[in-house]
Design a protein around this ligand. Sequence first.
Ligand code: CO
Length: 157
Amino acid sequence: MLTILTILTNPNPILRNVSKPVEPAEVLCPEFQAFLDEMIETTKKDGVGLAAPQVGINKRFIIVQTKKGLEAFINPKIFSTSIRKVESEEGCLSVPGVWGIVKRFSKVKVKAINRLGEKVMIKASGLESIIFQHEIDHLDGVLFIDKVEKFTRNTIL
Ligand code: CO
């Protein structure tokens, strides 16, 4: 059985650190692969994305819901963006009970390493593009509430 990881919530300081890159040699380690599976299992419960700092690890890797399902991306970097931005309504497992409107690029190209250790370039649009931007922000210690234009279904603040 896979462990469901504990999700840290704001204002935990771990969420505010700038995370360090993963060593490429670490990607294929069984321990790292098992941790990715646990992160995917944890995301499945309630989300469409998850970043390592949310489960207490200040390293640069994320889980994103793509057309293929929940996939891991290691050392993801936004390579290019559309000029156009869109408004998205976002929430975050680390900021429970709070939703708000954030302006995001409508499309992004993301360079990353996949869980097989291969370099990949992903062209994301729609919700997938939003998830990448939200999760990569976590790796830089940024939460969506820092960028929110207007809170919407706000049940806590
Ligand atoms: Co989040």
